[in-house]
Design a protein around this ligand. Structure first.
Ligand code: CDP
Ligand code: MG
Length: 724
């Protein structure tokens, strides 16, 4: 082995102790073997099966039930089925189950439809952004619906009280994604108006008590507890004991310098030395996963002894459906599956057959600094709680082993115990819009006066005071600075007015488009500027991770291919060139390959573009092309992204820019067509941080457009930063 392994001293606890809670059920379950069994048998073997009656009883009698159970115990796939069998979906009602991740939504929905023996998209369906696989068209037969928490938030705009749902299960609550937290905040309000609605909050590890405290209100409601349909307001906590096997933990003795390389050699040595059992590797994102897949494939080819046995598969959110399915499908006998995954396999998805886990100790996380107003996706150390979850994945079917690519001392002394909720480390622009629009018409829900919106329908939406947003009852309070920053941007976008009310029509239109408010604003602006066709294409491309094929070692070819589309104005215009080329080729996969363009990604772009077109038309945007006038395209981008404007430092020889807003040092990313071109004024779409802050997707602008686009923002706050 490349590393020297040291066995760890700790066995990962499977569940946090939880006693003294409000209600606690617990029974031990025996571990069962693994082999070929019918689906019905498999269901019965899941730990959650023993709790079927208890769960149904608690849901019947409590407004909120919190279910804590180890990953793989059957919470996500079984509980919605139990509810349906018990009649919660009778009379046209629907059972909802939310997930923070799109890929998990698709995977569990497809599993549940298979277990129930029904066609996906009928009785069991799912909805993620830009993809609705529920039965809406024919007869509305969908009874169990999986969806992302973000999509459920959007549904509140149409139906503020979410009246079609009888039970809403908010799953993976321990992840504390920003949408989950916004959703929990709003559901708590909906509950007051709909005593018959039941909530289930489920997670792998959660501070169940603090979640219960959040949902526990002493306020009297209409009706007496215990009467028909009036459940107890005190949440019930149910803890499902898992059936995890012992996992032996190994640490490296010395810190590793390159975790991708270390992961690859660890996999190879497991494969050489350990008995059969699949391997799950945790890396951070598409880039390092693709790199590891390639290295492993090469390694396996060079090393003939091992070459035959490995099936190496990536797992991350940008995968096509076919590639996702591969991860879950059985492989030929005698082969060993190696899945290289982001933290999606930490708790959202269970892979059967894993006996070895290799943990890099890192994941991609969002970080936001309200002072500099910079949000980054960075590779950062995971928490102890995550490390334990990852290790637990090795003990699903029999005792397993977990190889941590960090030292025990580091684990004990330096890793934080828990992660920080995303709401406390994010830019809140989208969150405020979601919160506002979710609360919009549902604001009648406000019985406690926490969120003081005295409003009904769109046309007479009234006050949504800043103080009230700051005081909104979230499971984790965001920082006031972050909130004020967000309100400032939204105000400058013309989405909120002086009283922090959604403006009409712009605010409502922006809220209606399922994209970041800045992108939505760009689309609105394109209407006046006469370039909506182009801007919608850009919006669709920006909502995809990357449209390029990146192959390690072929960077030069990729750069050359990119040059064919490069536009002097910047990346956004270059994207338009790629899109035009793709259409001209008749959407040809061959053309894509030749030009290092990712064919699957382009198909997705076309699909998303179609949907955005429909949404745009619905809110009154006229589809119009500006033909070759790229100035209006740049102006539209400025109208949405003015807050991301940067100025090249005078006398800078190394391409250093400063953000206008907070004078932060930033550089153009090498992948941008403007890398080394360094126009004086630019706007970026997002930042990535490695050794420096790099701007991704950059376009050059004229600084006078900034004042046109956001007079308040630039005249009041940064009066001297822009030449007039
Ligand atoms: O939600 P929780 O982690 O408690 O478990 P689950 O996702 O309901 O998974 C229960 C069982 O279904 C596990 O044994 C999974 O391996 C299996 N499953 C599967 O085979 N394929 C899926 N797409 C999802 C779950
Ligand atoms: Mg689950």
């Amino acid at each position: 082995m490349a590393q020297f392994w040291k066995p760890g001293t700790e066995r990962p606890p499977l569940l946090d102790d939880d006693e003294g809670g409000i209600l606690l059920y617990s029974a031990s379950s025996s571990s069962s073997g693994y082999g070929y069994v019918s689906i019905e048998k498999q269901r019965q073997r899941l730990p959650v099966f023993k709790y079927r009656m208890a769960i149904l009883y608690l849901v019947e009698t409590h407004a909120t039930t919190i279910v804590v159970g180890e990953t793989g115990s059957g919470k996500t796939t079984q509980i919605p089925q139990f509810l349906k069998e018990a009649g919660w979906a009778d009379g046209g009602r629907v059972i909802a189950c939310t997930q923070p991740r799109r890929l998990a939504v698709q995977a569990v929905a497809s599993r549940v439809s298979e277990e129930m023996g029904v066609k996906l998209g009928e009785e069991v369906g799912y909805t993620i952004r830009f993809e609705d696989l529920t039965d809406r068209v024919t007869q509305d037969s969908t009874r169990i619906k999986f969806l992302t928490d973000g999509v459920l938030l959007r549904e509140m705009m149409e139906d503020p009280l979410l009246t079609k749902y009888s039970v809403i299960m908010v799953d993976e609550a321990h992840e504390r994604s920003i949408s989950t937290d916004v959703l929990l905040g709003l559901l708590k309000k909906i509950q007051r108006r709909r005593p018959e609605l039941r909530l289930i909050i489920s997670s792998a590890t959660i501070e169940a008590k603090s979640m219960a405290a959040f949902f526990h209100t002493s306020k009297k409601r209409r009706g007496l507890e215990g009467e028909d349909c009036v459940p107890k307001t005190e949440p019930a906590i149910l803890s499902v004991e898992g059936r995890g096997f012992n996992v032996q933990i190994f640490y490296v003795e010395e810190p590793v310098s390159d975790y991708i390389q270390a992961a690859v050699s660890t996999v190879m040595s497991i494969h050489d030395q350990e008995p059969m059992g699949d391997i799950l590797v945790f890396l951070t994102g598409q880039d390092d996963i693709d790199a590891a897949v390639r290295l492993l494939t090469e390694e396996a080819q060079n090393n003939r002894k091992s070459s035959s046995g490995l099936v190496v598969l990536p797992l991350y959110s940008g995968l096509s459906r076919a590639d996702q399915d591969l991860v879950f499908s059985p492989i030929p006998r005698g082969k060993r599956k190696v899945v290289i995954s982001t933290n999606i396999a930490e708790t959202s998805l269970t892979l059967e057959g894993v006996s070895y886990v290799v943990d890099s100790g890192f994941s991609k996380q969002r970080f936001y600094n309200p002072i500099s107003d910079i949000e980054n996706l960075v590779v950062a150390p995971i928490s102890k709680a995550s490390a334990r979850q990852r290790a637990g994945r090795a003990g699903r079917v029999r005792p397993g082993k977990c190889y941590r690519l960090y030292s025990e001392e580091y684990f004990v002394k330096e890793m934080s115990a828990e992660g920080i909720p995303e709401m406390q480390r994010s830019n809140l622009v989208s969150c405020v819009i979601q919160g506002c629009s979710g609360a919009l018409e549902g604001c009648l829900l406000n019985m406690e006066g926490i969120l003081d919106i005295r409003v009904g329908r769109r046309d007479k939406l009234k006050a949504l005071g800043i103080d009230n947003i700051l005081g909104f009852d979230w499971p984790a309070s965001p920082s006031p600075e972050a909130m004020i920053r967000a309100l400032e941007v939204l105000y400058s976008l013309g989405v909120l007015d002086d009283d922090a009310k959604l403006t009409s029509p712009a605010g409502f239109q922006v809220a209606e488009i399922p994209l970041e408010p800045m992108v939505s604003k760009m689309i609105l602006a394109s209407n006046q500027l006469g370039c909506s066709e182009e801007i919608i294409t850009i919006a669709a491309i920006l909502s995809i991770q990357s449209i390029w094929i990146s192959v390690r070692g072929q960077q030069k070819d990729l750069d050359e291919a990119k040059l064919r589309f490069a536009a002097a104005e910047g990346d956004h215009v270059s994207f338009l060139n790629v899109y035009k080329g793709f259409l001209r080729s008749g959407k040809s996969p061959k053309w894509c390959n030749k030009n290092f363009v990712n064919y699957q990604a382009m198909r997705k772009v076309v699909e998303i573009r179609e949907q955005l077109k429909r949404i745009a038309q619905r809110i009154g945007i006229v589809l119009k092309s500006c033909e070759s006038d790229m100035q209006v395209v740049r102006k539209a981008v400025t109208a949405g992204f003015f807050a991301n404007a940067c100025n090249l430092e005078a006398f800078s020889h190394n391409g250093m820019y400063k953000t206008i807003r907070s004078s932060q040092e930033v550089y153009i990313h090498p992948s941008s067509v403007l890398f080394r071109v360094n126009p004086k004024w630019v706007i970026y779409n997002s930042l990535v941080s490695t050794d420096r802050q790099y701007m991704r997707n950059v376009i050059s602008i004229n600084p006078s457009w900034l004042i046109e686009a956001a007079p308040h923002f630039y005249q009041h706050h940064h009066p001297n930063s822009i030449p007039h």
